[in-house]
Design a protein around this ligand. Structure first.
Ligand code: FAD
Length: 437
């Protein structure tokens, strides 16, 4: 290949491939540079891919999807007990399955990058971008790589290198994230011996359906602020947890130890019993929300996906792939416009942040910004005391003996009220979290 392109994309994750596909579809000469042996080789995530924007960009009929999510379950874990809510709308069993599918990133990212290549983009793998090239006036005009004579030039560079964004930080396009804005995550993929129907039997599933289980409370991540997850693939289970890096360096045992404790929780152990860990990975998640978003456009460069901090992780939602793809799509379109006008300075690329702000990406980040800040302040109550009280109260409420039910109900109610500071405490809590609904 030539060393001059219309656009260079650093990283072939969901954000990078979405931007490359968008631009290649419009006829731009795009190159994606990926450090892994193939796209997705090094990529870690929990397990659910949200596909509305991907569907807009390409046909997903032949995408390597594992299972559609037919059930979402939220489990509050005290050290020994679980109180859970399960959501199973029948509609999710019909196409398009609420656009939520479990995937293995090694398979999916490779397939998605291939869509960009089929649209005309070039992909080079096993190549790491080490720096950006600038003109004297500061305009970014290309990248340097770890290959001999590895410079490539283009009027615009898309930084889609994920959360660990060494190139963007090294070039002063963003500051390193402060500790409180980063979570550490560990994940295992577990395989089960058996007749091939192990996942269906364990989770009571029909052929293609799967589950997304989220857990919080002491039984999930100890004293840390975060949560755990479990997702079903075709033949394996993805299980892991994430919590603030601040907790990882202070009080909490190591993440792998916390994961082992979670896996042996009485509510979790039967689901993974007899399994063998076939993959183990660790990664950080940017969780700073809308406030922590860096400038998205620079002279000759745009930041997309995790590099731009676009992840929503609040216990109920763990979404990043959809935001990555949406940002890649808007960035790609803004670059198409800018190239048509023969200008790629920051002002010429502003269509990207404008469209992203109007999209679900920034709106969702802004909506839940306060939740994370408020929940951190109430950490002990929400993640330790209340799960314990709810577990005790549920046990009390449903206990069968020769006492009248009214006595059990009163006792159960008192346990909760004691924990949250009586009826006035309950009212304050409801007011504080009114925006959740
Ligand atoms: P990435 O997926 O990180 O891709 C970046 C790419 O750039 C990689 O291929 C990398 O190899 C490459 N790269 C990096 N540096 C260079 C370089 N210098 N040169 C060349 N190539 C480079 N999101 C969901 O939607 N659902 C989930 O269930 C979910 N669970 C998660 C669980 C965990 C444990 C974690 C860590 C994240 C989870 N996320 C989830 C978030 C999601 O993984 C990310 O938001 C998403 O992967 C971001 O995509 P991206 O393309 O921006 O970055």
């Amino acid at each position: 290949y030539d060393d001059e392109f219309d656009a260079i994309v650093v990283g072939a994750g969901p954000a990078g491939s979405a931007s490359a596909l968008t631009m290649a579809d419009a006829g731009l000469d795009v190159i994606m540079i990926e450090r892994g042996a193939y796209p997705g080789a090094k990529n870690v995530f929990g397990g659910v891919l949200y596909t509305p924007t991907i569907r807009e960009l390409t046909d997903i009929d032949d995408a390597p999807l594992e299972r559609y999510v037919g059930e979402k379950r939220f489990g509050m874990l005290s050290p020994e007990d679980e109180t859970a809510v399960s959501v199973k709308p029948n509609q999710w069993h019909q196409e398009p399955h609420n656009d939520s599918y479990t995937v293995l990133r090694g398979d999916f990212d490779e397939w998605f990058a291939e869509q960009a290549v089929e649209a005309g983009a070039t992909l080079i793998t096993e190549t790491t971008v080490t720096d950006l090239i600038r003109e004297d006036d500061g305009q970014i005009v290309g990248v340097d790589t770890d290959r001999p004579e590895g410079e490539l030039r283009a009027p615009v560079v898309v930084l889609a290198e994920g959360g660990n964004s060494l190139v963007a930080e090294g070039a002063d396009l963003k500051d390193p994230s402060p500790r409180e804005d980063v979570a550490v995550a560990v994940k295992e993929v577990i395989e089960f011996p058996g007749d091939g129907n192990e996942i269906e039997d364990r989770f009571r599933l029909t052929e293609d359906s799967g589950v997304s289980y989220h857990y919080f409370g002491e039984g999930a991540v100890g004293d840390a602020f975060g949560g755990a997850f479990m997702y079903t693939n075709d033949d394996t289970v993805s299980i892991g947890l994430a919590y603030r890096i601040e907790d990882a360096v202070t009080s909490q045992p190591k993440p792998e130890q916390t994961l082992n404790e979670f896996k042996s929780h009485p509510a979790v152990a039967p689901l993974v019993r007899g399994g063998r860990t076939v993959e183990y990975s660790a990664k950080t998640i940017p969780e700073g929300g809308a406030d922590a978003m860096p400038d998205l456009v620079h002279d000759g460069a745009v930041l997309v996906g995790d590099t731009a901090g676009l992840v929503l992780n609040n216990g109920v939602h763990l979404e990043g792939t959809n935001m990555a793809v949406e940002s890649g799509y808007h960035a790609g379109n803004a670059i198409i416009t800018a190239m048509a006008n023969d200008r790629t300075d920051a002002n010429a690329l502003l269509e990207y942040p404008r469209n992203l702000e109007e999209s679900f990406v920034v709106q969702n980040l802004e909506r839940y910004e306060w939740l994370m800040e408020t929940a951190v302040e109430d950490k002990d109550l929400l993640f330790r005391d209340l799960p314990r009280a709810i577990a005790d109260a549920s046990e009390e409420y449903f206990s069968i003996d020769r006492d009248p039910k009214a006595e059990h109900a009163d006792e159960a109610k008192d346990r909760i009220l004691q924990t949250i500071g009586g009826w006035s405490g309950a009212a304050k809590l409801a007011w504080r979290y009114r925006k959740v609904m």
